[in-house]
Write a protein that binds this ligand. Structure first.
Ligand code: WT7
Length: 630
């Protein structure tokens, strides 16, 4: 297994070594995995093209490391512990041996349906065990998975399927979320009607009892083809730099881009970070509440925990069903030791009152994790007092889809935890702060743009089908550095606090959303002439979506509702604007660029300090926009 940091001195020593001798450090971290062939070279890289290769020449299969190599010592241990949406439904305990068998069966079914190495498979599923099984089955045969969060619309799904040129979609018939029973297969059918011409088969996992539409040409039931397969399937030999998966995420411009992660480096980094950050010990029950549709679920429900031989809890439902005590009920029921969730969930549950957590025995908890957005001080303290009983360190983990794994975080019981600070980099991570001219800000008590100046094994390799976009987005703003898009502060003791995005990306309930993407959706409405979207502080969501729209015709509630419906249709309900203000014009520079800075201030009600507006093309609209603010 990878090294597990045990105390502060060990952290300091390990970190030092990892920075001075990155190749030696990562080579020793990689040593314990099962490789079909070891690497010829640990690292080759440049951030200009960019081209980054870890464990060059090595051959492996990540599922051998997630599953087969654990069978001898922990074959009967629960790998996945599944908790259904409906609390009266029994939990499922899937052991490492059982999981290996199920993954192989699914892998054999995929092969029978014509899927092979390098083919793309899109998932559109709720949090059922088959999602984890399917993802691993792809990895077993070298197919590239791309999981699309099942809350996205048919259009958003179709866009991703088309971009990836996926050969198959794997979905469920129904999705049980709280009291809702959502027909997800219908969404896939709609996407298939729109486009998705590359798709040959839709593999459907049965999750409900109602009828669904069926197309004999494409549709195949999971239980009819998977269950009859052999429980053995030879793992495909993959190059360390072969693609493992594509995960779409929003940027400041254009359509979502497919972030690409590769087999070897992602494996080493997710295992190593999981073991260090969560201080997982044999026998612990670890629970990450994320959805596998996001990177958090990929790295810290599926791959990291399984690589480390952990018991990973997977929950189908929502925090407030059947009531706001559900998370705490699950912690008590399964004696959860490590609990990892998002600030938006903490704030939502905090608003439900202290009785909910107080009613359950949470004494099994050893650490509390947070991820997805800056955690505000109030939520941090509530989490600490009411969930951790001041007895469980809080780890505020900063990372991104593109980083593949956790980058900056306190280590529980090892480094100190200061509210709202992600604190210190993990071994191998070299964060730096730059000013807007690209100068490195040395020393403490500084604030700037967060960049990283050396590769780590799970850094993204490209954006699928468009390498130029990868270079432009992450490696061009400050040549020679990876630019995160975040602003950060380093305090007097060297701890890092990530403040938030400095680009046109919003973070709504921990979900990343491009303002341009939401604007493009709004502009699909026939009465909309132009729109501008900004974020504003929101008590529960962290950021809410504020849209300014110029429309032709008479403004009405109907039009506003229709605009919301268009966004739901184009992207999904998570992108629906909280506020839509009809405006006569948008403040623009003389070159015609929308002045978002001004719109952000108005949306946030910060009217005292608007700055100089006299150089605008149309300074008169500012007062009109202010007068009509919501
Ligand atoms: C963006 C990445 C990586 C898991 C989930 C989100 C923000 C994430 C923190 C944190 C402050 C955070 C950043 C980052 N973010 N974690 N602990 N403190 N900000 O992944 O969708 O790729 O979003 O989320 O702004 O750039 P993502």
């Amino acid at each position: 297994m990878t090294h597990q940091i045990k105390d502060l001195a060990d952290y300091k020593k390990t970190y030092e070594h990892s920075i001075k001798n990155p190749e030696a450090f990562w080579e020793s971290e990689a040593e314990s995995f099962t490789w079909m062939k070891k690497w010829d070279k640990v690292l080759e890289w440049n951030f200009d093209e960019p081209k980054i290769e870890w464990f060059k020449g090595a051959k492996l299969n990540i599922t051998v490391n997630c599953l087969d190599r654990h069978i001898k010592d922990r074959g009967d241990q629960t790998a996945l512990l599944w908790e259904a949406n409906d609390p009266s439904e029994p939990s499922k305990h899937i052991s490492y041996s059982e999981l290996l068998g199920k993954v192989c069966q699914c892998a054999n079914a995929l092969k029978e349906l014509g899927i092979g190495k390098g083919d793309r498979v899109v998932f559109y599923m709720p949090m059922v065990p088959e999602l984890a099984i399917g993802v691993l089955a792809c990895a077993r045969i070298g197919a590239i998975h791309s999981v699309v969060f099942a809350g996205f619309s048919a259009q958003a799904l179709a866009d991703r399927v088309d971009d990836a040129q996926a050969k198959m979609i794997i979905c469920s018939d129904y999705n049980n979320r709280g009291a809702k029973h959502i027909a997800v297969k219908d969404v896939v059918d709609e996407a298939m009607d729109k486009s998705c011409n590359s798709v040959e088969h839709v593999l459907v996992q049965k999750n409900g009892n109602n009828e669904v539409n069926w197309s004999d040409d494409t549709d195949v039931w999971w239980h009819e083809i998977v269950d009859k397969q052999s429980k053995e399937c030879e793992p495909e030999e993959m190059d360390a730099e072969d693609m493992l998966f594509i995960l779409y995420t929003s940027g400041s411009t254009g359509k979502p881009k497919g972030v690409v992660h590769t087999c070897g480096g992602y494996m080493v980094y997710t295992c190593s970070s999981f073991r260090n950050v969560f201080q997982y010990k044999d026998g612990d029950v670890y629970w990450c509440t994320a959805d596998i549709g996001w990177i958090t679920g990929h790295s810290y429900i599926v791959y990291g925990p399984l690589l480390a031989g952990a018991t990973s809890l997977m929950f189908e439902g929502v925090p407030t069903y059947p009531d706001a005590g559900r998370f705490w009920h699950i912690c008590e029921k399964h004696k959860v030791n490590q609990f990892y969730t998002a600030p938006t969930a903490i704030r939502a549950l905090m608003a439900c009152g202290n009785n909910w957590p107080d009613n359950y025995d949470l004494s099994s908890l050893k650490l509390l994790g947070s991820v997805g957005e800056p955690i505000n001080e109030e939520a941090w303290h509530w989490y600490d007092e009411h969930i951790g009983k001041k007895n469980s360190p809080i780890i505020d983990t900063w990372w991104q889809t593109e980083t593949g794994g956790i980058m900056i975080t306190p280590l529980p019981g090892i480094t100190d935890a200061k509210p709202t600070f992600a604190s210190y980099p993990l071994p191998g991570i070299q964060p730096i702060l730059l000013d807007s001219d690209g100068n490195i800000l040395e020393g403490n008590n500084v604030e700037g743009l967060l960049c990283v100046n050396f590769p780590w094994p799970s850094i993204l390799r490209t954006t699928y089908g468009d390498h130029a976009r990868c270079k432009l987005t992450y490696f061009s703003a400050f040549p020679g550095y990876y630019f995160t898009g975040d602003g950060a502060r380093r305090d007097e003791d060297g701890r890092i606090r990530v403040i938030g995005r400095v680009d046109d990306v919003l973070n709504v309930s921990g979900h990343r959303m491009g303002t341009a993407e939401v604007e493009n959706a709004i502009n699909e409405h026939e009465n909309v002439i132009e729109s501008a979207v900004v974020g504003y502080p929101h008590d529960i969501k962290g950021q809410g979506i504020y849209a300014y729209v110029i429309i032709n015709g008479v403004p009405s509630d109907d039009i506003i509702n229709e605009i919301r419906a268009v966004v739901t249709r184009e992207i999904g309900p998570i992108a629906k604007p909280d506020k839509i203000q009809v405006v006569p014009g948008l403040p623009k520079t003389r070159s015609g660029k929308i002045m978002r800075r001004i719109l952000r201030k108005i949306a946030s009600n910060e009217l005292s300090n608007m700055g100089d507006v006299s150089t605008l093309l149309n300074p008169e609209v500012v007062d009109e926009v202010i007068a009509g603010r919501l």
